[in-house]
Write a protein that binds this ligand. Structure first.
Ligand code: PMP
Length: 391
């Protein structure tokens, strides 16, 4: 057991205590069968059941249409950068018999890393727009649609990539840009840090990828939701044809059609990690699903931002209001020399995990699904008092 933590870490993140308690039991003795869940074969009936349940619960929660398939891979979000690029380029080649670049809309360091990896591997990748270039060298805004749509309309892209919530810079797309959705280009989106925080329209995405270690569970698995027609297109192109076109192959364990054909167990799936995801999903469903979670998240976000805004002479919020992240609230102190004091006083009230990413400094309160309204109230109260005392 434990006291409920007030933990605002950016990931790995807090998980519901009840989920961890159940998982701890199951790690030792699953369903009273005498073996722990991490010890059973990934091809056993019990393991297959966990995979099935988890997929079914995800489909229910996210309202996944029959046009899309759900699967899991190891390797985290970073591996997702690579296999999204190789698989989507293969899909385009399978459908059109030629190559086209992936286009990246960069609004923070994670989309930037995704682009760098795609380019590094030798897939054809192009930055459509980098929001930093439109904002004096700093992330914190969303680019105007025209800044990337003109290119997308004038040239073919195998996919367009964006990161829906930039965990480091605290920039979130409130919705997918309408023009992009209507253009028909396949949208690849990184939802690592905002998946399951609100309802989404899965039909609008070609590929969703999300590392599990924020809103869905433990590090070790990445969730993918893909349009089935993309899987079919990848299957149309042979390894030799890809080689001839100069498109890098995907490692077999990340070749999407192979993984889906084998129900996410082409190679050994970490079943304990998946079981935790299943427990988190059941917990979410029990609490009223994504509508209820979204309402709660909105309440938490509103409280924290409005408290910070109230002291705008003391706190600096670098992100434009129309794209402030509902998950990662980024702020700095305007006065120099107070950072250590802020952190120490917060810690003395058991408010932890607030340090900003090393690349941007300042503070970041990550208020993922499992962070309670009560924790956010305590943080808001501290933020308010600290400004009053130190102004
Ligand atoms: N994308 C986003 C939005 C992230 O926040 C992170 C990690 N925090 C990653 C990708 C990379 O994930 P991983 O560390 O699992 O490779």
């Amino acid at each position: 057991d434990r006291e409920e933590p007030n933990y605002f870490g950016a990931g790995p993140a807090l998980l519901p205590t009840s989920v961890l308690q159940q998982a701890a039991q199951d790690l030792v003795n699953y369903k009273n069968g005498g073996l722990g869940i991490g010890e059973i074969s990934h091809r056993s009936k019990d393991a297959a059941q966990v995979i099935e349940n988890t997929k079914a619960n995800l489909k229910q929660l996210l309202n996944v249409p029959s046009t899309h398939e759900v699967f899991f891979l190891q390797g985290g979000g970073t591996t997702g950068f690579a296999c999204a690029a190789t698989n989507l380029q293969a899909a385009y080649a399978g459908k059109h018999g030629k190559k086209a670049p992936g286009g990246y809309i960069v609004t923070g360091s994670w989309a930037e890393k995704a682009f760098q990896e795609a380019a590094r591997l030798g897939t054809d990748a192009e930055v459509l727009v980098n929001a930093k270039d439109l904002n004096q060298g700093k992330y914190g805004i969303l680019p105007q649609e025209s800044s990337y749509m003109d290119k997308i309309k004038s040239k073919e892209y195998s996919y367009v990539y964006l990161c829906e919530n930039e965990t480091v810079h605290g920039v979130e797309w409130p919705t997918l840009p309408q023009g992009l959705v209507e253009s028909g280009v396949e949208i690849v989106a990184d939802l690592s840090s905002d998946i399951l925080s609100r309802p989404i329209n899965v039909a609008n995405y070609g590929l969703i990828m999300a590392g599990a270690q924020k809103n869905i569970g433990l590090a070790g698995l990445t969730l993918y939701i893909i349009k089935k027609s993309i899987l079919e297109d990848i299957s149309k192109v042979s390894d030799n044809q890809l080689r001839e076109m100069g498109i890098p192959l995907s490692p077999i364990a990340t070749h999407f059609p192979t993984v889906v054909k084998n129900d996410s167990a082409y190679n050994t799936i970490p079943i304990f990690t998946l079981h935790i995801i299943d427990l988190v999903l059941r917990n979410l469903i029990q609490k009223g699903g994504l509508e209820a979670q979204n309402e709660l998240n909105n309440e938490k976000t509103k409280l924290l931002y409005s408290t910070l805004d109230k002291h705008s002479d003391f706190y600096d919020l670098p992100v434009a209001k129309d794209c402030r992240s509902r998950m990662n609230v980024v702020f700095t102190l305007k006065k120099a020399g107070l950072d250590d004091k802020f952190q120490q006083e917060a810690a003395s009230r058991n408010l932890t995990g607030l340090k900003g990413h090393r690349s941007v400094g300042g503070f970041r309160a990550s208020i993922y699904n499992a962070v309670s309204l009560q924790s956010v109230k305590l943080l808001a109260q501290f933020v308010d008092e600290f400004a009053k005392v130190n102004s």
